[in-house]
Design a protein around this ligand. Structure first.
Ligand code: F6P
Length: 360
């Protein structure tokens, strides 16, 4: 008798913890005597003739500590459902039918999609077209309203903290302003958590528009107080009051790319304070490397939770972390709802209490 078979794919930008999800899925499915196949390069693996590999406990035995995804991923291609500044676009009907045929041929009875807001939007479209989709939310940005936390975030924050520890020693030796640009297009969680934990003096977020004058005044005051070096963390999506985001490129068929605000902040501060400044763009270092303990745990719990949703036949749902529990919530209620930092957020208030400047 043929074993029941489920599929998994990872889609969108990668992040540490994806392999923990894959391993968790394979182990939980194995307990149920189900077979798992992994589609390669996100949804693209669903296109004819189907690009997949059989996943079992042996092939996934040692992957949990590895960053990235053993299945590959992409944030462009035939299944993109968000372009530019997050505008929705529909997947072509022939692409949907092509994927349906492949899933049918391969006897896939449940498809676990690990992805961020854009990929989950594609997943919802496929679910509405009759595909047995289960979602697993993923993003280092931690900006999905439907889950209290996504795996990958803690690893990204750890990377920011490590970078600040290093910038602090060189910055203070030279009495410089050190500006660190971090990821976060629409939400500044990485900048806020990483900046606070890494001892940044100023944190600039997409949600709190800043002025160069307030920032420069704060640094001048630090100088008068005898603190000759300062660290500024700026999220890539941060803007000045009334200003716009610094766009690096128009994207590659997917969402637009940001980048460059760190260099501008560095230049403005040098001009206004007369101090030496240096900037550093942390970029994809935040997305690479081994996942932290927390991300391994959350990834494993999400993987196991996703298999359980399939077992219960709760298609169209995704796993979500709430009050320390992994639950299922409808994907339809989860997509297009960004969780952004609010000015009254307790972590923002804590940062202000320890004299972090937000430039506002
Ligand atoms: O959405 C996650 C994210 O890490 C953003 O913070 C960042 O702007 C983007 O991905 C970068 O994506 P790419 O892989 O296309 O460079």
């Amino acid at each position: 008798m043929l074993k029941k078979r489920i599929g998994i794919l990872t889609s969108g930008g990668d992040c540490p913890g994806l392999n923990a999800v894959i391993r968790g899925v394979v182990r939980a499915a194995d307990k149920l005597n189900w077979e798992v196949i992994g589609f390669v390069d996100g949804f693209e693996g669903l296109l004819a003739p189907g690009d997949y590999r059989i996943l079992d406990r042996h092939t996934t035995a040692t992957i949990m500590s590895q960053g990235g995804t053993i299945l590959g991923t992409t944030n462009k291609g035939h299944f993109v459902s968000k372009v530019g500044k997050g505008d929705k676009t529909a997947v072509a009907p022939e692409t949907v039918e092509n994927a349906r045929e492949i899933l049918g041929k391969l006897r896939v009875e449940g498809l676990i999609l690990v992805g961020g807001d854009g990929s989950l939007t594609t997943g919802l479209q496929l679910f509405e077209a009759g595909f047995p989709i289960i979602g697993v939310p993923k993003t280092i940005d931690n900006d999905l309203e439907a889950t209290a936390m996504t795996f990958g975030f803690d690893s990204a924050v750890a990377c920011v903290v490590d970078a600040l520890d290093r910038l602090q020693t060189t910055g203070s030796s030279h009495k410089r302003i050190m500006v660190l640009e971090v990821m976060g297009r629409h939400a500044g969680w990485i900048a806020l958590y990483g900046g606070l934990a890494g001892g940044a003096n100023a944190i600039l977020l997409p949600e709190i528009p800043f002025t160069y004058e307030k920032l420069a005044n704060y640094i001048r005051q630090r100088d008068r107080d005898g603190y000759f070096s300062s660290m500024v963390v700026v999220a890539e999506g941060a803007t000045t009051a009334g200003g716009t985001e610094v766009v690096k490129a128009g994207g590659n068929g997917g969402e637009y790319k940001l980048g460059g605000i760190g260099e501008i902040v560095s230049h403005e501060l040098a001009t206004r304070t007369g101090k030496e400044t240096r900037h550093c763009v942390l970029g994809h270092l935040q997305r690479g490397g081994a996942p932290t303990t927390l991300d391994r745990l959350l990834g494993t719990r999400f993987g196991v939770g996703a298999v359980d949703l399939i077992r219960q036949g709760r298609f169209g749902q995704m796993v979500s972390y709430q009050n320390y529990q992994v639950l299922g919530v409808p994907i339809a209620e989860a997509v297009n709802k960004l969780k952004r930092v609010t000015p009254d957020n307790q972590v923002v208030q804590t940062a202000r209490a320890v004299d972090v400047c937000f430039g506002d």
